[in-house]
Design a protein around this ligand. Structure first.
Ligand code: HEM
Length: 344
C-alpha cells in the first residue's frame, strides 16, 4: 500500500471527506462476530496483510495531508490540545525517534531519516519539510519534539509515564478524539481517565488491561481496536466543541443515513519507550460512511446485527442512542439474513 496521492478534503464545513475504493478495503472493520461486548482485546502489533491498515505499524493513507491540515486548525484554535508535563521530555524524544523511524521505514518515498550521531535530518515530502536537528536538544527544533512529530503523524497520541504500578497520562496531542479531553485527563492515571466507561470496570477489563500493559516490553508493541459512530465525518468531536457537533445527532433521517452516519474505528497501538520507560499510545482513527460500509456485503450484514446487540449503557456511552434504530433499519435493507462466518 503506497499512498502516492492524497485527497483534498475536509472534516468540517462541507464535509467532503470520503474513501476511495482502495481505501475501503484498507479499513480495519472491527467486528469478527455478530455481537459486541467490551473485552481485553489486546494482541501483538505485528505487520498484517498488504493493503490493510495493519500492513505497517504506523499507517499512512490517502487522508494524511487533510488530517494534518485539520489538526493544525484545531491547534490554532485551542493550543491546549497539546500538553506535555516537564518530566516527559525524554519520552518526547523517544516518541519522535519511534515515529520517524517507523514512517521512514514503511514509506521511504514519503519520509527519510538520516542519522549521523546525534545530528539528524528529517525529510517529510508530503508536507515539504526538510529539517536538521540535534537529537536530545529541544532548542534545535521549531517546536517541542512531541508537538513537532505529532503534527506530522496521523492519529492522536497520548504519552504515559509509568510509576507507582500505574500509568499516568502526562503528555499528548489529542485533536481527533471521540468525546474526551486531554486538558481534562492530563495527569490522571489509568483508572481515573477510564472512569466514565460503563460496564467494563465491573467486568475486570481495566484491572487486567493495566496489569498487562505494565509489563509491556520494548520492541513488542501491542494493539486493540475500539469503535464508535460519528455524524458527518468530523474528526474533532471534543467535549470543548460539543455545541458544534452534538446537535448533528438529531439530524439523522432514513433518507440521509448512508451519507451522514459514519463508523469510526480506532486502531490503538501501545509501545514501550526505550529511554524513558514511558508508554506511547497511538489512537489511529478511520471513518467510513454507511454508503461505503455496505459496498462490502459481509460488513453490511454484520453491522446492523452488532448494533442491535449492544447493551443500552454501551450505546448511550458511545452517543448512539438517538440514531441507532434509524441506522439499523437502513442497514437491514442490506442484510439478507444470511449467516455470517467468524472473522472479519
Ligand atoms: C475509553 C484512554 C488503554 C479500554 C478510553 C477513553 C480514554 C482512554 C481517554 C475515553 C474515556 C472517556 O469517556 O472520557 C486510554 C489510554 C490507554 C488506554 C491513554 C493507554 C494506556 C486501554 C486498554 C483497554 C482500554 C489497554 C483494554 C481493554 C477502553 C474501553 C473504553 C476506553 C473499553 C470505552 C470505549 C468506547 O466504548 O468507545 N480509553 N485507554 N483502554 N478504553 Fe482506554
Amino acid at each position: 500500500h503506497r499512498p502516492e496521492t492524497f485527497r483534498d478534503e475536509t472534516f468540517r464545513g462541507d464535509f467532503s471527506y470520503a474513501n476511495s475504493p482502495g481505501n475501503i478495503r484498507h479499513f480495519p472493520f472491527p467486528f469478527h462476530e455478530d455481537h459486541y461486548r467490551y473485552s481485553v482485546n489486546i494482541e501483538p502489533h505485528v505487520p498484517g496483510l498488504p493493503g490493510s491498515a495493519f500492513e505497517h505499524l504506523i499507517d499512512v493513507d490517502e487522508h494524511y495531508l487533510a488530517e494534518m491540515a485539520d489538526r493544525a486548525q484545531v491547534l490554532a484554535e485551542d493550543p491546549l490540545r497539546y500538553q506535555a508535563l516537564p518530566h516527559m521530555m525524554l519520552a518526547q524524544w523517544d516518541t519522535l525517534e519511534l515515529l520517524m523511524e517507523e514512517q521512514a521505514r514503511a514509506y521511504p518515498h514519503l519520509f527519510t531519516l538520516e542519522r549521523n550521531g546525534d545530528q539528524w535530518r528529517w525529510i517529510n515530502r508530503p508536507l515539504g519539510i526538510d529539517d536538521t536537528f540535534t537529537f536530545g536538544d529541544p532548542s534545535t527544533l521549531p517546536r517541542e519534539p512531541l508537538d513537532y512529530i505529532c503534527r506530522q503523524t496521523q492519529g492522536d497520541i497520548a504519552l504515559m509515564d509509568q510509576r507507582e504500578g500505574n500509568l499516568w497520562m502526562d503528555a499528548g496531542m489529542i485533536t481527533a478524539q471521540a468525546d474526551w479531553s486531554l486538558d481534562f485527563d492530563v495527569g490522571m492515571n489509568f483508572h481515573e481517565w477510564h472512569a466514565p466507561v460503563p460496564l467494563a470496570p465491573q467486568m475486570g477489563v481495566f484491572d487486567r488491561a493495566l496489569k498487562y500493559l505494565l509489563n509491556l516490553q520494548v520492541g513488542k508493541p501491542v494493539r486493540r481496536l475500539n469503535w464508535t459512530m460519528t455524524i458527518n465525518p468530523r474528526l474533532d468531536t471534543s467535549p470543548e466543541t460539543y455545541p458544534k457537533w452534538g446537535p448533528d445527532r438529531t439530524t439523522v433521517t432514513p433518507e440521509n443515513v448512508g451519507q451522514k452516519v459514519h463508523l469510526r474505528v480506532e486502531l490503538q497501538s501501545l509501545w514501550r519507550l526505550p529511554r524513558s520507560n514511558g508508554m506511547l499510545f497511538v489512537i489511529r482513527g478511520y471513518m467510513m460512511r454507511m454508503d461505503e460500509v455496505v459496498t462490502v456485503p459481509k460488513w453490511g450484514r454484520r453491522l446492523p446485527r452488532v448494533l442491535e446487540s449492544l447493551p443500552p449503557e454501551l450505546a448511550e456511552y458511545k452517543g448512539l442512542s438517538r440514531y441507532r434504530q434509524t441506522t439499523i433499519d437502513w442497514l437491514k435493507r442490506h442484510d439478507d439474513g444470511a449467516p455470517t462466518s467468524p472473522g472479519i
